[in-house]
Design a protein around this ligand. Sequence first.
Ligand code: FPP
Length: 253
Amino acid sequence: MPSKNGSVDPEIDATAQGADLTYGARHVAIIMDGNGRWAKRKHLPRSLGHKKGVEAVRNIVRAAGEVGIEVLTLYAFSSENWSRPAEEVTDLMGLLRQYIQSDIDEFDENGIRLKIIGNYKALDRDIVDLIDNALERTAGNERMTLAIALNYGAQDEILRAVQTIAMAVKNGEVEPDQINISHMSGALDTAGLPPLDLLIRTSGELRLSNFLLWQAAYSELYFTETLWPDFDKQELLRALESFGSRDRRFGGR
Ligand code: FPP
């Protein structure tokens, strides 16, 4: 769709032509890295990097809904992040509290269902209550699921799943040699979500950092040098486009 000066916005153009900007990616996850470096480069305190990181979260949640991603999973606080200085942990918890309080109405307006992965019950009581309310309030929303990883570690998630299955064995519900992939998938925090298609990490680090280790078995990986606070809709579209160019064989030929 050419504008008055004749230029074409590729996104508007593609949407006008009915293109699927997700390239079939139903479930996208992001390791949001680089808030600290973003702040450092600008000679700002780390706390401002995280604050700006929340703005990026807000933008990307909106953008994901607009392009039609079904599930967006964000790594907000890992089970290892507790080892950061207490002040930074308090800062991150404060931002989380604020984010849920201020954006819950928008989740509802935009048909966003909130989900939490990780052991969030170990967070401060008021945050747990806030989350439980938000989970209940948005449970019926169907346009997109926003899964936030809080106090999450994939090894811990897998261990908890194994414990659930071990209990089922103990109760005589399943024989050990009958345990299969579906039992495991169904016992993980991500149970019921579509398979993870695309895993994005910002800031140039080439690691999974204990995120979605089971779920990433056949995901496409996308790494960008962009620091999380600078990650915007255009970047998300680029990652999806890259996903669209991959030849996914799932171990076949
Ligand atoms: C990495 O930056 C990012 C995090 C520790 C978590 C991401 C948190 C946010 C975006 C804000 C809170 C989120 C929500 C959903 C309200 P880093 O500090 O590791 O950056 P660095 O590696 O450059 O130091």
